[in-house]
Design a protein around this ligand. Structure first.
Ligand code: GDP
Length: 419
């Protein structure tokens, strides 16, 4: 579960930590005092020549300063270029300054960063030198916009790869930018604090004000409570309905099925099989019968037997076509469900988001359940549904057994992703 998402977010953290590490190293190099004052260092090229031809250039070797001046008459005069003993003392003094005494001036050496990037990788750091020098002494890092802007762009793409919806990846990156830029953190805590921030951002995009606890909600509604399940074929709708039946039965409620997926004979048999295994009642019609009338009969049956909950199956198509939506509208009109729940596959990505939106527009959805998360290495759909559709995600299907249904709790999911 979530393995791709986990690895993408871990790369973001290690990218940021690696960058800060490099920044600290560079600030250390910049802090290192120059070697003891030389009169005027001869260019390396010349030194090499001298080493190679000591016999033919004895003069240049003996008097390097003069040799340089004679070759480059426009160079500064030796006397002004020579560091005075006083200036060297000044440099030493600066190097041993305490953090508070460090100059606050921010020196822009972004060109250094660009040079490094062309030599190494495209993600090489842009150096905020003032902050870097301060952080060297204080052991703290202040994350700047330039430290993370390209990492966040990469993260957006990574999230898309992990099936996170486009608007959600933008939102995650934008919220992360707000949390991270300006964050001052001890170097040793950079990774853990970044992790915490990502966790909070993920949790916040998964939160919904419309979220509710299904069992408590069902208990609070007048009986019989009618719940309509919609979603594409093969997504696990009937299995999920059976899992919900088990959940509600375990909570002390009496439950029955309405086998209203009359579009496929196999679906009726499947619902019957689950009803038998769970020991609950079922009302079914013939193959091809009007699904709304089957639901109507099931509700009447529940009323007559004081059954608390009727779970209404419905036909699915691979796509949300006009006929299906018309059929669902009719069931909705006749059965007047208290709750309408979408069931879709976690691996469905954007298609799931679009289906929920279409169903929501047609009949209004109250919640969603995502199945087969146990088979989904990406996990981005689960992160995206709430923010992209405004519909609360209630449960996640994590296997084929009746108990393989876990509540969708944003905090736990965010923790799971970030561990
Ligand atoms: P329906 O056509 O939408 O009613 O789908 P079914 O309920 O018949 O499920 C299709 C297949 O998906 C079945 O083999 C189920 O056992 C399987 N399935 C349903 N939910 C899950 C789940 O959460 N995890 C896994 N691994 N399989 C599931």
């Amino acid at each position: 579960m979530f393995s791709l998402l986990k690895s993408k977010l871990a790369s973001f953290i290690s990218g940021l930590a690696g960058r800060q590490e490099k920044k600290a190293q560079e600030s250390q190099e910049l802090k290192t005092p120059p070697p003891s004052p030389q009169p005027i260092p001869a260019p390396v090229k010349e030194q090499k020549q001298e080493a190679a031809q000591p016999a033919t250039a004895p003069q240049a070797s003996a008097q390097p300063a003069e040799a340089q001046v004679s070759r480059k008459p426009e160079s500064p005069q030796p006397s002004s270029a020579k560091p005075s003993p006083q200036k060297t003392e000044e440099q030493k003094k600066q190097i041993s300054l305490s953090p508070k005494q460090q100059p606050e001036e921010h020196v822009d050496v972004s060109s250094l960063g660009k040079k490094a990037s062309s030599e190494k990788r495209e993600l090489a750091p842009k150096i905020g030198l003032g902050a870097a020098i301060r952080s060297f002494f204080t052991n703290e890092i202040t994350i700047g916009e330039s430290d993370i802007s390209d990492l966040l762009e990469n993260l957006e793409l990574s999230l898309l790869e992990a099936d996170v919806a486009y608007d959600v990846s933008l939102e995650v990156a934008s919220r992360l930018r707000s949390c991270l830029v300006g964050m001052r953190v001890p170097k040793s805590q950079l990774a853990s604090r970044t992790k915490e921030q990502i966790q909070q951002v993920l949790e916040s995009v998964m939160q919904s004000e419309r979220r509710f606890d299904l069992v408590s909600k069902v208990k609070s509604l007048p009986k019989p409570v009618k719940i309509l399940f919609v979603g594409p074929n093969g997504a696990g709708k009937t299995t999920t309905m059976a899992k919900v039946a088990k959940l509600l039965s375990d909570a002390g409620l009496s439950v029955m099925f309405s086998a209203s997926d009359t579009f496929r004979a196999a679906a009726i048999e499947q619902a019957e099989e689950h009803a038998k295994r769970l020991g609950i009642g079922i009302v079914k019609g013939k193959y091809g019968a009007d699904p709304a009338s089957v639901a109507f009969d099931a509700i009447a049956y529940a009323r007559s037997r004081s059954i608390d909950v009727v779970l209404i199956d419905s036909a699915g198509r691979q796509d949300t076509n006009a006929n299906l939506l018309a059929e669902l509208k009719k069931i909705s009109r006749v059965a007047k469900p208290d709750l309408k729940i979408y069931v879709g596959e976690s691996i469905g990505g954007n298609a799931v988001i679009e289906q929920i939106k279409a169903f929501n527009q047609a009949i209004g959805m109250d919640g969603a359940i995502l199945t087969k998360l146990d088979c989904d290495a990406k996990g981005g759909t689960a992160i995206s549904i709430v923010h992209s559709t405004g519909i609360p995600l209630l449960y996640l299907g994590v296997g084929q057994g009746y108990s393989d249904l876990i509540p969708f709790e944003p905090r736990k999911i965010a923790q799971e992703i970030m561990t």
